[in-house]
Unconditional design. Structure first.
Length: 138
């Protein structure tokens, strides 16, 4: 039996999943949850909370539903302590996802961010757009 994948999903993919339930990012998140273990850190959950609390999302989904989504992610995900710090991404704001992947022994990072995608593979960790993740998962 194959071990479950260890997966980091970046903020833009998670927010896209919440905003458009029948989108490719949403499908990728559903598949990742089914096939693997989601990994987060304090920094990635903080960023997700900050984005979900933005007023501009009010017209798409209620604050109550956004908070429910955040609680669900925090409940199902494995929190990874960051021991080894990473400063390798062209956009330093994305280093937090690399840190979770490295410290959590991730197999894959699912991201819509081109700065991260250009690093694929990074230290043996696949970095894939949601559509690519869907096409490479058996």
């Amino acid at each position: 039996m194959r071990a479950r994948q260890r997966i980091v999903i970046d903020t833009n993919v998670l927010v896209s999943r919440l905003l458009v339930a029948e989108s490719i990012p949403a499908e990728a998140v559903r598949l990742a949850r089914k096939k693997g273990r989601l990994l987060v850190s304090d920094a990635t959950v903080y960023e997700l909370a900050e984005v979900l609390n933005r007023k501009k999302l009010d017209r798409y989904v209620t604050l109550k539903d956004r908070h429910k989504f955040l609680r669900e992610i925090a409940r199902i995900a494995e929190f990874v302590p960051i021991i080894r710090v990473v400063k390798e991404c062209r956009d330093s704001r994305d280093d937090k996802f690399l840190e979770v992947a490295l410290n959590g022994s991730a197999d894959v990072i699912i991201t819509g961010d081109e700065d991260l995608q250009e690093m694929n593979p990074w230290r043996g960790i696949a970095i894939l757009a949601p559509a690519r993740y869907l096409s490479t998962t058996d």
